[in-house]
Design a protein around this ligand. Sequence first.
Ligand code: G4P
Length: 191
Amino acid sequence: MQLLEERILRDGRALSEDVLLVDSFLNHQVDTELMREVGEEFARLFKDAGVTRVATIEASGIAPAVMTAQALKTPMVILKKSKSSILQDGVIQTEVFSFTKNASYQLTLKSQFVRPGDRVLLIDDFLANGEAAFGGIRLLEQAGATVAGVGAVIAKAFQPGMGKLRAAGYRVEALAAIGSLSCGKIAFAEG
Ligand code: G4P
């Protein structure tokens, strides 16, 4: 998505070889006009995928997921992060390990909000190692839904998440794919 790539080059910063700072428009301050365009682009890409629900993982996925759900005219569901296991009727959980934070959390969903037969599009701001995305997929499939695809606003193509998801048979669309953050320079992946 050209508009997004231009914005990443203008306002993003390679903090290290692994981390791209985009907090002025994506995950701290949010450019709502850009998010509207992001939502419309995901809706265009997945328009024939039979999506009945959009899901995301709190917190930074919420803005692009809301806009995507609005463009697709579906409800949006937030998969919550909890520190503890909640043993309660109708609540399902799966453990996710975050490499960035070096800590685990319980991804949590009230199963009433995702039903068997739903086709769910999972949207997130970043796709890195794919741990969060695989956790989201486990939870959605546990709820009886089919994952119609995974949409990442930014995928770091030099990290394994995108490849692992595709190898597992999931459709993945990234609106910007970063090929490298070496020497403080942001380079997009070829193709
Ligand atoms: P993974 O799910 O793909 O394996 O990645 P990981 O758990 O390591 O990611 C942990 C958090 O770090 C996620 O947000 C993710 O969005 C964010 N993240 C990963 N790579 C980058 C990056 O290059 N730049 C920025 N700015 N963030 C990155 P989170 O901790 O779940 O927090 P939030 O969604 O509440 O913001």
